[in-house]
Design a protein around this ligand. Structure first.
Ligand code: NDP
Length: 283
């Protein structure tokens, strides 16, 4: 007969649609026989502080949070990892030695996809977008030694402010160009990243506006969009002879990084990727 600890055992109602991140994480736990569970709860901003207190009280070893909680969560943590501090947002909270530390695994997931293909050190990178994903990726690339980052964004204030932040806080030279019409990619750029939501399902025909003929075979082109993995932009890049990286890889990598932080285990990414592909192919 097991000893029963005092517990709060709950029942809650929610829509049955599968959450891709839950599928991703639970596939790894199952595959490796790890005795952890990953559950997803919708939390309104006004309830967020209570939800974090609840997670801490219920013995969580960590949690992810999505927009708009990525900034609000900082007030509830004991400290921040360097990149999370520079990004100004946390998507992964980790309990380390009794302290709650904020990490940002979005940019790290991107970097783990990129580095087997090309080292960012010394590269000129063009990033489309200046939202949360662009910010995380730009900071990680700057910390990894990118020589220059050109941000291209519709909203000028957001783009200029991210470029100024990178210039002030990192050793990387950062500039901003407003995105008006088709952007002419400079021949000096070795890495191009779509970090906008352009092309995300169901808007799969939406176009990342780059000038014809400026995608070159020397470029590595990455897209953050996980669904569909093969976006219109990546198809155009592949047709131009570029090497391409999809957003599914980034999502799998950030999930694997979360698992490493929370459990110490190194997850099999191919198992996680297959689980996600099954979800997205069923959409
Ligand atoms: P944000 O809302 O913070 O930023 C959205 C960005 O997309 C802004 O730069 C916005 O430009 C730009 N944008 C949106 N629509 C258009 C358009 N029609 N034309 C030009 N630019 C546009 O979102 P996030 O940065 O958090 O997320 C962006 C994408 O990244 C999402 O699709 C998300 O799924 C994906 N993502 C993928 C991850 C992965 O692991 N693969 C992880 C995190 C995010 P503006 O400022 O001008 O409005």
């Amino acid at each position: 007969m097991p000893d029963f600890l005092p517990a709060l055992t709950g029942c809650f109602a929610r829509p049955v649609a599968e959450n891709p991140t839950v599928v991703l994480m639970e596939a790894a736990f199952r595959h490796h026989g790890l005795h952890f569970r990953y559950i997803n709860m919708d939390v309104a901003p006004e309830d967020f502080a209570d939800a974090v207190r609840g997670a801490k009280a219920q013995g969580y070893v960590g949690f992810n949070c999505s927009l708009p909680h990525k900034v609000a969560v900082i007030d509830h943590l004991d400290g921040l990892a360097e990149s999370a501090r520079l990004i100004g947002a946390v998507n992964c909270a980790v309990k380390r030695n009794g302290k709650w530390i904020g990490e940002n695994t979005d940019g790290k997931g991107f970097l783990d996809s990129l580095t087997p293909v090309i080292s960012p050190a010394g590269q000129h990178v063009v990033i489309f977008g200046a939202g949360g994903a662009a910010r995380a990726i730009a900071v990680e690339l700057a910390l990894a030694g990118a020589a220059r980052i050109t941000l291209v964004n519709r909203n000028e204030e957001r783009g200029a402010s991210l470029a100024a932040h990178l210039g002030e806080q990192t050793a990387c030279a950062a500039g901003f160009t407003p995105w008006r019409g088709d952007f002419t990619l400079p021949a000096s750029a070795g890495i191009i990243v779509n970090a906008t939501s352009v092309g995300l399902f169901p808007n799969v025909d939406e176009r990342v506006a780059v000038a014809a003929g400026t995608l070159r075979p020397s470029m590595v082109v990455a897209d953050v969009i996980p669904n569909p993995p093969r976006t219109r932009f990546l198809k155009e890049a592949a047709a131009a002879g570029c090497r391409t990286l999809d957003g599914l890889g980034m999502l799998v990598n950030q999930g694997a990084k979360n698992i490493e932080y929370w459990t110490g285990a190194v997850a099999d990414k191919s198992v996680m990727r297959r689980a996600l592909e099954d979800v997205f192919s069923a959409v």
